[in-house]
Write a protein that binds this ligand. Structure first.
Ligand code: HEC
Length: 112
């Protein structure tokens, strides 16, 4: 009886720990594709993402088009600074994504 309980507790703890590890380990692509994070695919064609929207421009050849990382970061942080009526969510300003998540996202965008 005790043994069973111990096993259940161990499994629960392991699951919790792996969830934590996984969350911290989310890479830029996951952040971009995850509906609860970037959800960039709702509006942008990018990479191998399925069923992408075309409300925003396709995110391609990013290095050539955005040689300045700060400019690209500014677009993601708050798109309304460039276009006051932008419908792109201000990911940084509204704390939809953390600074660390935006940095990972930028690393990923520069692979496109
Ligand atoms: C609700 C729709 C929407 C979502 C979600 C969205 N965007 Fe946008 N995005 C736009 C629109 C519209 C534009 C065109 C410029 C503007 O209006 O701000 C744009 C422009 C951009 C640009 C400039 C592209 C260029 O070619 O000039 C980048 C980079 C960008 N978005 C990245 C992202 C990333 C990364 C995500 C996910 C974290 C994202 N967007 C999520 C709508 C969206």
């Amino acid at each position: 009886m005790h043994k069973k309980l111990l096993i259940i507790i161990s499994i629960t703890l392991l699951t919790l720990m792996s969830n934590l590890l996984f969350a911290n380990d989310m890479d830029g692509k996951k952040i971009a594709f995850d509906r609860k994070k970037g959800n960039c695919l709702a509006c942008h064609v990018m990479d191998d993402g399925d069923m992408a929207g075309n409300i925003g421009p396709p995110l391609i050849v990013m290095k050539a088009r955005f040689p300045d990382r700060e400019a690209l970061k500014a677009q993601i942080w708050d798109a309304t600074t460039k276009n006051s009526i932008s419908i792109m969510p201000p990911f940084g300003k509204h704390q939809i994504l953390s600074d660390a998540e935006i940095e990972k996202l930028l690393d990923y965008l520069y692979t496109l």
